[in-house]
Design a protein around this ligand. Structure first.
Ligand SMILES: *Cc1c(COP(=O)(O)O)cnc(C)c1O
Length: 436
């Protein structure tokens, strides 16, 4: 069996950077990515046979763990019946009913194949519905890689030090107004500077692409009020938070409702699915009922829908989110304590199973304060944890996810490893001249 390094070398000959999504490349941690052979439950195994406890979960979808038996069974059953028809199926309605029941603000929903597509389509719909062109987004929030949204856009770019990207026209970026997260005054100023021009404000209700940065008390409520006052739609991008921080996402957790909601990751149960939904009155502006066009060959793909439905059903059982909250809390407080004991400045955040430990004194409330984190220290922490069998995100600006599949004992093992790792790092940086 070839090693990860050999496979990576070969991949780089045919695939730019050897990866199909930049954050996978381990560039910011100065390493070679591990090539994966398989994953099961809470664990992922690389091609060299080393097994890791998985805190990345394919960047969010695998909240049940890998290969959950009920998801596998639903997928196998559907495979026998065909993999795509390009025609409606009952499964899509079932999935839509589950999403609408979870999110009271979502009366109708349309399925697409990725989070990027969901957000791009939601934005077009918001523009078509309001007849306005501009929108407001937050610095450090990521909404996928479509042109208008790839401005000041979170982890993937932040990690590589790309402030914005080539290939996006001035025209596409011009209608995007970027303001700092958790800053209601800046939002209000953006509205007053652009009277009757803002179609929508889009926000990650818990930011999950600059590390995990929770909304400050009153922030989401303030956004709701400002959007109402100025006739703009409020879009919650719940691609990470949906079915994660609560069954009904951040809207349930914080009690603030959006006009449009975008979903992805978890709702596909490990297959490519995104969705956007909202009030019937808005959604009926979509073709074929209305004038806003949006389409997809594999949208609502039956295998993906089967996996998504099975995943949502498991998550809907009682006690799920209490367990996720408890495991998230265990993880976040343990890692914070490990840093505190080692004397390493760290600021931990947690909302349900979403956690992050920033290597900075904090508080972290927006991109500016997140960016103060010591990314070199994170790289050391990452490498040493990987060595010990813990699969973390290869970037300071990503979340560390607790899953239902991992046991409390496994989380405790990770914390013990983190204590060792952080004390090593503290000693090394003390020994290094000029190190801190
Ligand atoms: C991951 C993510 C997206 C993009 O979803 P893809 O499926 O990667 O296109 C959009 N918004 C948020 C908040 C995300 O975390």
């Amino acid at each position: 069996m070839p090693t990860s390094s050999e496979l990576f070398a070969e991949a780089q000959r045919y695939i730019p950077g050897g990866v199909d999504s930049p954050v996978r490349a381990y560039k910011s941690v100065g390493m070679t990515p591990r090539f994966v052979a398989k994953a099961e439950g809470a664990h992922i195994t690389d091609v060299e046979g080393k097994t890791y406890l998985d805190f990345v979960q394919s960047w969010g979808p695998m909240i049940l763990g890998h290969g959950h038996p009920e998801v596998l069974e639903a997928v196998r059953a559907q495979l026998e019946l065909g993999t795509t028809y390009g025609a409606p199926t009952e499964l899509e309605t079932e999935a839509a009913q589950l999403v609408c029941a979870a999110f009271p603000s979502v009366e109708m929903v349309r399925f697409v194949s990725s989070g990027t597509e969901a957000v791009m389509s939601a934005l077009r719909l918001a523009r078509g519905y309001t007849g306005r062109e501009k929108f407001i987004k937050f610095d450090g929030n990521y909404h996928g890689h479509s042109d208008a949204l790839l401005v000041a856009a979170g982890s993937g770019l932040l990690t590589l030090g790309i402030p914005s990207t080539l290939g996006v026209t001035e025209g596409a970026a011009r209608d995007t107004i970027v303001v700092p997260y958790n800053d209601l005054e800046a939002v209000e100023a953006a509205f007053t500077d652009n009277p009757d021009q803002i179609a929508a404000l889009i926000v990650e209700p818990v930011a999950g692409n600059m590390g995990c940065v929770p909304p400050e008390p009153g922030f989401l409520e303030g956004l709701r009020a400002l959007c109402d006052e100025h006739g703009a739609l409020l879009i919650f991008d719940e691609v990470i938070t949906g079915f994660r921080v609560a069954y009904g996402g951040a809207q349930e957790h914080y009690g603030v409702t959006a006009d449009l909601t975008t979903l992805g990751k978890i709702i596909g149960g490990g297959f490519p699915v995104g969705a956007f939904g909202g009030k019937r009155e808005i959604m009926e502006h979509l073709a074929p009922v209305g004038p806003v066009y949006q389409a997809g060959t594999l949208s609502g793909n039956p295998v993906a829908m089967a996996a998504g439905v099975a995943t949502m059903k498991v998550l809907g059982r009682s006690g799920t989110y209490e367990e996720l909250e408890e495991k998230g809390e265990l993880l976040a407080s343990g890692l914070q304590q490990a840093a505190d004991i080692a004397g390493i400045p760290a600021f931990g955040t947690q909302v349900g199973a979403l956690t992050c430990l920033f290597f900075t004194r904090g508080p972290v409330v927006d991109w500016k304060t997140a960016a103060l984190a010591d990314t070199e220290r994170y790289a050391k922490y990452f490498c040493k944890m990987l060595d010990r069998g813990f699969w973390l995100a290869p970037s300071q600006f990503e979340c560390c996810f607790a899953s239902l599949a991992m046991t409390r004992a496994e989380i405790a093992d990770a914390i013990t490893a983190a204590e060792e790792v952080m004390s090593e790092i503290a000693v090394e940086s003390f020994a290094a001249p000029g190190g801190s």
